[in-house]
Design a binder for this molecule. Structure first.
Ligand SMILES: NC(=O)c1ccc[n+]([C@@H]2O[C@H](COP(=O)([O-])OP(=O)(O)OC[C@H]3O[C@@H](n4cnc5c(N)ncnc54)[C@H](O)[C@@H]3O)[C@@H](O)[C@H]2O)c1
Length: 304
């Protein structure tokens, strides 16, 4: 996550410092940049590398930062300690953002002084963050409104689509939706209804495209014809609620994990070469989708 953010920032001319205790930090940056640059039209790996400095020294890394984007392990205690450390060395007006996939900012900020908690918020990207537009902005109870506004403006200036949540909820919105889909997807594969590749085909050929054009609510509203969602709720509402009771609740025990891993690897391969090839294909398709949607959205005032 961290390297993709770094590449995105650098592609917008920002001088970035990456800090990570891993011994092979420079090699990791050099290895990641070709794929990342391919996802950032107009960028090249050398140009990006020229704006990315690496260091193992966290204090020095954050000393002059205007914004810190934290991408460490997903562990509450770790993030609490890390932000205490960051706050001790970053400028007093730096925005402190975490990429956490689900931990709320209020919990990370517990134990930190108000002046630090006021600058700490969640800025949750969706993978790959240099290509998928969404950034969920989730302030904590003590985050200042000025910091929220500055963060929204910053991510928007990078071409991202920031959405500010009204209140904190673990997992935020996008991952909760993804989790609901994944739960049923795993259930259907474990039940032998489809294999992993077939399930992905069903998704890409139906809901995937639909939800890139209209979200679940607009889709439902349009599905009701001129009667809209009022008609849909009367017509299909009872069946919808009944269907929820039939959804799967798979257990992720060893056997289930082994089945899901085997079916997915059978469909898509495994290892670094397969990863690079499939990730590059995913990125190319997503870039094409972004460009097409941007072109058609230009005059649509409903899109923010
Ligand atoms: N992977 C995803 O799809 C995804 C999506 C959205 C958000 N996130 C969030 O982003 C964060 C990072 O996830 P990831 O998948 O990139 O994890 P990762 O395990 O790939 O990377 C974590 C990195 O943190 C480094 N690290 C450990 N201690 C550190 C320290 N003290 N200072 C600086 N760096 C340190 C590790 O060396 C490692 O390189 C998590 O909070 C995760 O929830 C991940």
């Amino acid at each position: 996550m961290g390297l993709a953010w770094a590449a995105l920032f650098a592609s917008h001319g920002i001088e970035v410092t990456v800090t990570d205790p891993r011994e092979d930090l420079d090699e990791a940056v050099d290895e990641a940049l070709p794929l990342l640059a391919a996802g950032l039209p107009g960028s090249d790996p050398d140009g990006l590398r020229g704006r990315i400095r690496t260091t193992h020294d966290l204090a020095g890394a954050v000393a002059g930062a205007r914004l810190v984007q934290e991408n460490g392990p997903e562990d509450l205690e770790f993030k609490r300690r890390l932000f205490a450390d960051i706050a001790g060395h970053a400028p007093g007006d730096a925005v402190l953002a975490t990429s956490t996939s689900g931990i709320v900012a209020s919990r990370i900020a517990e134990g930190l002084p108000d002046a630090v908690a006021a600058r700490l918020l969640v800025a949750h990207p969706f993978n790959p963050p240099h290509i998928v537009p969404l950034v969920e902005i989730v302030p904590g109870a003590r985050t200042s409104e000025d910091v929220v506004e500055a963060a929204v403006a910053f991510y928007r200036s990078l071409g991202k689509v920031p959405v500010r949540l009204h209140r904190e909820v673990p997992g935020f919105v996008a991952n909760r939706l993804q989790s609901a889909v994944l739960r049923e997807a795993i259930h259907l594969v474990l039940e032998g209804v489809v294999d992993a590749g077939e399930l992905d085909t069903v998704m890409k050929a139906s809901l995937g495209g639909r939800y890139a054009t209209v979200g679940p609510f607009e889709s439902f509203h349009l599905g009701g014809g001129p009667g809209g969602i009022r008609h849909m709720m009367r017509h299909l509402g009872p069946g919808l609620a009944e269907g929820w009771r039939r959804l799967g609740r798979p257990e992720l025990d060893d056997a289930a994990v082994a089945t899901i891993v085997a079916r997915t690897e059978a469909a898509y391969g495994t290892g670094p070469a397969a990863y690079r090839e499939r990730a590059a294909l995913r990125d190319r398709k997503h870039l094409a989708l972004n460009a097409t949607l941007r072109a058609t959205d230009k005059n649509d005032t409903q899109n923010t």
